[in-house]
Design a protein around this ligand. Structure first.
Ligand code: NI
Length: 162
């Protein structure tokens, strides 16, 4: 288990770089990320959350297989949007409803560097969008309106300093 980066750490606000090649090093990183995600009981984890600014995330939602996305790109989103509650291992104890497209089509590489395309909706679509945001230095609280964001961050600060 690797130490998770928590909100306030500058690394979570930065852009990640493309992964040039999926080699053993990257696969080791993926393995470490799964350990960390399962340990934290999260549904997804992006590389920047363990301090690695690389375009890579993993996820596993209930009743689904583990999924790996290297150099992911959203190529299509549905017009309709839905409110769903989100949390993040990097913002412990904070949950809020976030509005995002219902469905996404994503292109990425798998753990062997092989390209694939996936159409996702429901929880998987949500987790993919949340994790992909991490690769661009965006946290889910950044997607809330200012009032809601301030209120939530206040609760968070209270909890952290308690
Ligand atoms: Ni997150």
């Amino acid at each position: 288990m690797i130490e998770l980066k928590i909100m306030g750490d500058d690394v979570l606000k930065r852009q990640s770089s493309l992964v040039p090649k999926v080699d053993k090093k990257v696969r080791d990183l993926i393995e470490a990320m799964f350990e960390t995600m399962y340990e934290g009981k999260g549904l997804g984890l992006a590389a920047p959350q363990i301090g690695e600014l690389r375009r890579l995330f993993i996820c596993q939602i209930p009743d689904d297989q583990p999924r790996i996305f290297v150099n992911p790109e959203i190529v299509q989103t549905s017009e309709d949007q839905v409110l769903l509650e989100e949390g993040c291992l990097s913002i412990p104890g904070v949950y809020a409803e976030v509005l995002r497209p219902r469905q996404v089509t994503v292109q990425a590489w798998n753990e062997h560097g092989k390209p694939f395309t996936i159409n996702a909706d429901g929880l998987l679509s949500r987790v993919i969008q949340h994790e992909l945001d991490h690769l661009n230095g965006v946290l889910f609280v950044d997607r809330l309106n200012e009032k809601k964001r301030q209120r939530i961050l206040k609760t968070y600060t209270k909890k952290v300093s308690a």
